[in-house]
Design a protein around this ligand. Structure first.
Ligand code: HEM
Length: 374
């Protein structure tokens, strides 16, 4: 049973080789007592340390007439590379806890980005988030279930999402998986072994002048987007059009300008007086070449919620997750361009999501998520 170390200078679940399963939870804090919030984050860290090692909530014997400490469904499963990543939403910095002056400008809510018109409040935002990833679906469910249980009286679940079939590759050793449109996803991702890109684009550096936001050094910002994919219409679109929309071939993932999957895209290439990589193609609009060098570490999952009761269509898509140092100049800038012009927009809709500041890693027993903030 594979174990990913929980303690470290950065949180696991960011550059960790992507696991097969996700459960993501957004919670709202119900207490106004900042000490109570701190105690809960401490409990979460202790639980995360145990779960990621394949251990239950507690080893103490349960007394009669008492509910078991652990809900039990992961007892024989092992850790399956479980990672638990915790983040703080912008709303945590309102006037409830006196944290307003410690909110980093990077965490400023995006407002409405082009394409955000149908975002549902019930699927968006939240004071806290927990990303649980593992190679077993019951292991991720168990982690979230017990952390939500341990939050009782302090925070409540706001919304959650299950995901399957990692929708990107985060390491050069990982074969690029496919999203539900059938395309390889993660070819030009930031890969964990690209140390320079990880340093420059993913983690917040320690800055001497960071002042009240110094607690985020070693942290990273998580952007999630629940993106519904119009699978039925996509499946009627001719292959050549599907490939034009992404700018890559469906089978090998090679750019339409030739070569194999990892051949660099030639954005300048022309054929019959027109760019080979369409001006509205997803890769052109999302590429660092178009976005002042900005990149993302994408770590999303495919999802399905079954069938849409209103339309009878498959309620499925991409639960997009991206980590970055500055979501204003990275996700927001890229998504503003995509939301305006991406040829893919005909087949997708952003219906939920949020932005969270994931503090640096938990260093050991006695430390907890965001100790430097609270
Ligand atoms: C690239 C799919 C949404 C950012 C790609 C690629 C595919 C893809 C197939 C090409 C392979 C690769 O390099 O990974 C999708 C689908 C989406 C979606 C199906 C929605 C359902 C987004 C969003 C963003 C984004 C919301 C960020 C705002 C990127 C970036 C690249 C990329 C940065 C790499 C571009 C490059 O440098 O070549 N996406 N994507 N994608 N996507 Fe998306």
């Amino acid at each position: 049973a594979a174990v990913v170390p929980f303690y470290g200078s950065t949180q696991a679940g960011i550059t960790t080789a992507q696991q097969e399963r996700l459960m993501f939870a957004s919670l709202d804090v119900t207490t106004t007592d900042v000490q109570e919030l701190a105690r809960m984050l401490g409990r979460w860290a202790a639980m995360a340390a145990r779960f990621t090692a394949g251990r239950p909530v507690s080893d103490s014997p349960v007394r009669d007439e008492q509910p078991p400490f652990d809900t039990g469904e992961a007892e024989d499963l092992g850790p399956h590379s479980l990672t638990i990543t915790v983040g703080f939403g912008p709303s945590l910095f309102d006037d409830r806890f006196g944290l307003a002056d410690r909110m980093p400008p990077e965490l400023t809510p995006f407002g409405t980005i082009p394409g955000d018109a149908v975002m549902k409040p019930g699927l968006s935002d939240g004071d806290l988030c927990i990303q649980a990833c593992a190679d077993d679906p019951q292991v991720v469910f168990h982690a979230i279930r017990n952390m939500v249980r341990a939050a009782r009286g302090t925070a409540v679940l706001r919304w959650s999402q299950l995901g399957f079939g990692r929708a990107s590759a985060t390491g050069a050793g990982q074969v690029t998986p496919r999203n539900l449109f059938g395309f390889k996803d993660g070819t030009n991702n930031i890969h964990a072994d690209d140390v320079t890109a990880v340093q420059e684009q993913v983690f917040v550096p320690a800055a001497a002048d960071a002042g009240p936001t110094a607690w985020m050094a070693g942290g990273s910002y998580l952007v999630a987007r629940k993106i519904r994919m119009e699978i039925e219409s996509w499946d009627t679109d001719p292959l050549t059009d599907q490939e034009r929309i992404f700018g890559r071939t469906k089978s090998s993932g090679a750019p339409l300008t030739g070569g194999e999957e990892f051949t660099p895209i030639d954005f300048a290439a022309q054929a019959d007086g027109k760019p080979v990589i369409d001006v509205a193609s997803h890769v052109r609009l999302a590429a660092p070449e178009t976005n002042g060098g900005a990149r993302l570490l994408r770590r999303g999952y495919n999802y399905t919620d079954g069938q849409d009761p209103d339309t009878g269509k498959l309620a499925a898509g991409l639960f997009f997750i991206a980590f970055q140092r500055d979501p204003q100049t990275q996700f927001k800038a890229i998504q503003t361009r995509l939301g305006r012009s991406d040829a893919l927009n005909e087949y997708i809709a952003h219906i939920g999501g949020g932005l969270w500041a994931c503090p640096p890693g938990v260093s050991g027993a006695g430390d907890w998520f965001g100790k430097g903030l609270l």
